[in-house]
Design a protein around this ligand. Structure first.
Ligand SMILES: CC(C)(COP(=O)(O)OP(=O)(O)OC[C@H]1O[C@@H](n2cnc3c(N)ncnc32)[C@H](O)[C@@H]1OP(=O)(O)O)[C@@H](O)C(=O)NCCC(=O)NCCS
Length: 160
C-alpha cells in the first residue's frame, strides 16, 4: 500500500465532491448535509488558499486532509473514502499533515475538533497523538476539541 499526499488543485473538485457526499464522510464532516457540486467546489477553492492535500492510495484519490486556519491556529481535518477505511490511510494522511504543520509551517500547536459520536475519528486522533482539551457546541453535535503541541509532537514516535 502506498499513500501519497499532493497539494489539491481545482481540477480535483469533482473527485472531492464525490468524497464529500459519501454517506460515511458527510455524516460528521458536513453534519449529514448533502453538498451541491457548487458548494463542494467552494470548499475546494477555500482549501486552495491554505494547506490542503489530496490523499492518493496506489495512484487513486482516497481522501483529503487539510490544516484549515482557525483564528491564529490551524485545525487538522481528515476525510477518507469509505472504500479505503481501516487500512491506515487516515493515519498516514494525518501524520503527513502534522509533519508539514510542524516542520514546514513551524506551528506551535495544531488543533482538531471531533463530533462526540464520531468514534473512529476519536481513536484516530489518539493514535496521532492529539489530546482532548474540552468540548464545544457544534451545529448538529457537541464536539471534543483536541490539540497537539510542537513540543509533544517532536518527542513522539508518531511523527515518523
Ligand atoms: C475517521 C477517518 C478519517 C478514519 O480513516 P481510516 O483511513 O479508516 O483510518 P485508519 O485506517 O488509519 O484507522 C481506522 C482503523 O483501521 C485500523 N487499521 C489501520 N491500518 C490497518 C491495517 N493495515 N489493517 C487493519 N486495520 C487497520 C486502525 O487501527 C483503526 O482501528 P480502530 O478504528 O479500531 O482504532 C474516516 O473514517 C473518515 O474519513 N470518516 C469521515 C470523515 C470524518 O469524520 N473525519 C474526521 C473529522 S477530522
Amino acid at each position: 500500500m502506498s499513500v501519497v499526499l499532493r497539494p489539491i488543485a481545482l481540477s480535483d473538485a469533482d473527485a472531492l465532491h464525490a468524497l464529500f457526499t459519501e454517506p460515511g464522510v458527510r455524516q460528521y464532516l458536513f453534519d449529514e448535509i448533502l453538498l451541491m457540486r457548487e458548494e463542494s467546489r467552494k470548499h475546494v477553492e477555500a482549501a486552495l488558499m491554505h494547506g490542503a492535500w489530496v490523499v492518493e492510495l496506489d495512484g487513486l484519490i482516497a481522501g483529503f486532509t487539510s490544516l484549515r486556519p482557525v483564528g491564529p491556529d490551524r485545525e487538522l481535518m481528515i476525510a477518507v473514502s469509505e472504500r479505503c477505511w481501516g487500512r491506515g490511510v487516515g493515519f498516514d494522511a494525518g501524520r503527513a499533515a502534522l509533519r508539514h504543520g510542524f516542520e514546514v509551517l513551524k506551528l506551535d500547536r495544531i488543533l482538531a475538533g471531533v463530533d462526540l459520536p464520531n468514534e473512529r475519528s476519536h481513536r484516530l486522533m489518539a493514535r496521532l497523538g492529539l489530546c482532548p482539551t474540552g468540548e464545544t457546541d457544534g451545529p448538529k453535535y457537541r464536539a471534543t476539541t483536541y490539540e497537539v503541541s510542537a513540543a509533544a509532537w517532536s518527542t513522539s514516535s508518531r511523527r515518523w
